[in-house]
Design a protein around this ligand. Structure first.
Ligand code: AHR
Length: 502
């Protein structure tokens, strides 16, 4: 099999939105406790955060991180997590039936973000709470001192405002599993009111209304329309969430699930633009894809199966090479929509469906899915290019006929770096891909890395953390065409240098 990928810097989708490389820290399972935070760990810093984990997070390179949930936020009292730690209450979190000691709260988390150089994105509780508590939280976090709430923040050690720019107005409020879930009419009203208050406080805040929890929700489409018809002037973005896994053993569709994310984004954009048209507005609402990943939900027995305890081992999926290839393909999809994706957060960062795993008191290691994220985040700069792909097709039960080769490319005119990210999403057909680079001069191959193993179920564990790592790929560059070997189920990161011809 052969394919051709045409790369030309004359055709750009738009600038790489670096917020696409976001992640998610929820008070769930072991993301926080024994994940990023473990004061008794040998590598813990003065604030109790693990430095072995911090080093891996820096290597992975997330640019933005959503906090504190997820379902958790919909029954969270932010006041419980600020002030002297020994005076904070221990509470039962109903979302994940877990004991929450509130040792880590907003100030500890935002200070960690600051040390890590990662932008925070905060969510407010619109499940069990409402407008007043959201307004108070905003003031605690972002207001200048001189009134009660920011003065309390100053007394807790932080006089300067945290200046958080992105705020999520609730989480998955369309989901019956959510504490305080709502109809679209109810949510549209509260989102409009909170948006109104937040914009009054600071019109430059970026507000994310809840969209659908996934594309198969019965209210999908209508939820977005009703919410945006009401809140259009008060919000900037609408969220989308999606988790993928092989359904009924259908690996063919699973490998092609980037199609679902692609169509999901297109539908949300179409709905938002429809509302804009109805309102005669040129405003363009962004899609905040603030939860996405591979998650083997079939292995999860549901929330009521969770024994009530602190920091349980919850949905700690072990990822394979196949999963890494899928994650790579989802990142390609997000980049292809850089013009409309306002942010994207892989859920979650550590232990809970995480690219990073830890043992309490022990090691931290990279799951397979760490690698496509880290390499894409490191090398996607400049403009995302619009490619033309001539590829064999695969017939999938879920998505019909799809291209076997799924790709994107970026070009940074300042550094003359070109990066091509590409997946062969066939289960068994190897491919030779000819990447034709027109419109460039002085081309050179810098590096070609591949994620592929003969056994696609290979995984990394504490005992064997480097079974699946990026390896050098087979490629040759001649007369402006790079030819690469793309075995079945493989993800590629190809870096070249080249100047745009004038
Ligand atoms: O990331 C795990 C959970 O998935 C989040 O808490 C929730 O928002 C989503 O359903």
């Amino acid at each position: 099999m052969t394919s051709v990928v045409h790369v030309n810097p004359a055709f750009a989708v738009g600038e790489v939105n670096r917020r696409i490389f976001g992640t998610f820290v929820e008070h769930m399972g072991r993301t926080v406790y024994t994940g990023i935070f473990e004061p008794d760990h040998p590598t813990a810093d003065e604030a109790g955060f693990r430095q072995d984990v911090a080093d891996l997070v820096k290597e992975m390179g997330p640019t933005i991180v959503r906090y504190p949930g997820g379902n958790f936020v919909s029954n969270y009292r932010w006041e419980d997590g600020v002030g002297p730690v020994d005076e904070r209450p221990t509470r039962l979190d109903f979302a994940w039936r877990s004991i929450e000691p509130n040792t880590v709260g907003t100030d500890e988390f935002l200070a960690w973000c600051e040390r890590m150089g990662i932008e925070p994105m905060l969510a407010v509780n619109l499940g069990t709470r409402g407008l007043e508590e959201a307004m108070e939280y905003l003031q605690y976090v972002n207001a200048e001192t001189g009134t009660e709430l920011p003065d309390r923040r100053a007394a807790n050690g932080r006089p300067e405002p945290w200046n958080v720019r992105m705020w999520c107005l609730g989480n998955e409020m369309d989901g019956p599993w959510q504490m305080g879930h709502m109809t679209e009419q109810e949510y549209a009203r509260i989102a409009t009111e909170v948006g109104n208050a937040f914009k009054r406080f600071d019109p430059s805040l970026e507000l994310v209304a809840c969209g659908s929890s996934n594309r198969t929700m019965p209210t999908f489409g209508r939820w977005e329309r009703v919410t945006l018809e009401a809140a259009f002037d008060k919000v900037d973005h609408i969220s989308a969430h999606a988790y993928y896994e092989p359904l009924d053993g259908d690996l063919v569709s699973y490998l092609a699930c980037a199609e679902d994310m692609d169509r999901f984004i297109d539908s949300v954009v179409a709905t938002a633009d429809h509302v804009a048209a109805l309102k005669g507005s040129e405003k363009r609402i962004g899609v905040s894809f603030d939860e996405w990943n591979v998650w083997y939900q079939a292995k999860f027995d549901g929330e009521t199966s969770i024994p009530i305890q602190h920091a349980p081992r919850l949905i700690e999926d072990v990822y394979t090479t196949l999963d890494a290839v899928v994650v790579g393909s989802l990142l390609i999809t997000l980049l292809r929509h850089t013009d409309r994706v306002a942010a994207a957060c892989q859920a979650q960062l550590v232990n809970v469906i995480g690219p990073i795993m830890t043992e309490p008191g022990g090691s931290a290691w990279r799951q397979t899915i760490f690698h496509p994220f880290a390499l894409t985040a490191r090398h996607a700069h400049g403009d995302v290019l619009q490619l033309a792909v001539e590829s064999p097709t695969i017939t999938t039960p879920q998505f019909g006929d799809v291209d076997q080769i799924w790709a994107t490319a970026t070009h940074d005119a300042d550094s003359n770096e070109i990066a091509v990210f590409l997946v062969n999403r066939s289960l068994e057909a190897d491919d030779e891909v000819h990447i034709k680079l027109a419109g460039f001069e002085d081309l050179d191959l810098v590096e070609h890395l591949v994620i592929h193993t003969d056994d696609h179920d290979a995984a990394n564990t504490a005992a064997a953390p480097d079974v699946v790592t990026p390896q050098a790929g087979e490629s040759s560059l001649a007369s402006g065409t790079l030819t690469i070997a793309a075995p079945a189920i493989s993800w590629h990161c190809i870096r070249l240098s080249g100047r745009k011809t004038s």
